[in-house]
Design a protein around this ligand. Structure first.
Ligand SMILES: C[S@@+](CC[C@H](N)C(=O)[O-])C[C@H]1O[C@@H](n2cnc3c(N)ncnc32)[C@H](O)[C@@H]1O
Length: 263
């Protein structure tokens, strides 16, 4: 039985569509937001179900059918730095086609966040978590970094499954008016972001490229006191999305990111 579980894991982990969910919270979000979770392994199935019943009762039925138990020693051969919640899982990442379709859907009820050539995996995870929380329609990255890298998934707490996350090349930006956030732009308080905006942010060290600035409908800045050169990338995204949300009527529900439904 153990051998069978290990064999299935190794075969699944080698598939290009697979992402590793390390710990309970990414697993919870994947299950809750419709991720295709294929295998769940834990050294303590009863403990996992009790944790789920306490923190996320909606995930208990799925875990009852998916969770299998392996001795901790065997589990650690798959995940040497096992998360304190003692569970690992494999899920299928949504296909590029599904993400592109979600990003192209019109009319859009919430902005898309564009990160130009981000370098820091933790920043990208934090941005995806923000985008999911605000109900953004998606997060698009350009450049080499894979936005589905395991460390990005850890940073997002698995909230990749609650929005559309895809890497694109700059010429194929999602449709919609392009607002580029840049310290040299006009004061953000003079501008309201429409629901179909693309909110673009530059790379950590060098900021927004000339090519992207040239395509902007508007350059906007979050004011800073003299002597401060810039904010951190993820905090800038938080402020941009909060600025968009602040334009919505109080109490209005936030859209359902990936599906694009909602108010
Ligand atoms: C760490 S900053 C890049 C710093 C870079 N040296 C520069 O001058 O733009 C990363 C990104 O966060 C956004 N950002 C940072 N501070 C901002 C501000 N005050 N207003 C608008 N966007 C800002 C921009 O999109 C920027 O490209």
């Amino acid at each position: 039985m153990n051998e069978e579980l290990l064999r299935a894991w190794r075969a699944g982990a080698d598939e290009p569509w697979t992402v590793l969910l390390d710990g309970f919270h990414p697993l919870k979000h994947a299950l809750r937001f419709g991720g295709a979770v294929r295998q769940v392994l834990t050294a303590d199935r009863t403990g996992l179900l009790a944790l789920a019943a306490e923190l996320a009762p909606d995930t208990v039925p799925a875990l009852e059918s998916l969770a299998a138990e392996l001795p901790e020693k065997a589990l650690r051969t798959l995940a040497p730095r096992l998360h304190p919640t003692g569970v690992i899982a494999l899920a299928a990442r949504p296909t590029t086609g599904a993400n592109r379709a979600a990003l192209a859907r019109r009319p859009r009820s919430a902005p898309v966040v564009l990160l130009e050539d981000p370098r820091n995996l933790g920043n990208v995870g934090a941005v995806i978590r923000l985008a999911a929380g605000f109900g953004a329609a998606g997060v698009v990255t350009t450049g080499d970094l894979d936005p589905w890298h395991p460390n990005v998934l850890r940073g997002s707490a698995g909230l990749h499954f609650a929005t559309a996350v895809e890497r694109l090349a700059l010429p194929e930006l999602p449709a919609g008016p392009l607002y580029v956030l840049d310290p040299e732009g006009a004061d953000i308080r003079e501008t309201a972001f429409p629901d179909d905006a693309v909110l673009a942010f530059g790379t950590e060290r060098h900021g927004v490229s000339a090519e992207l600035k040239a395509r902007a409908d508007r350059l906007v800045a979050v004011p800073m006191r003299p002597g401060v050169s810039s904010f951190n990338l993820a905090t800038s995204v938080a402020m941009g999305l909060f600025h968009w949300m602040s334009g919505r009527p109080p109490g209005a529900p936030l859209p359902d990111g990936r599906r694009g439904a909602g108010a």
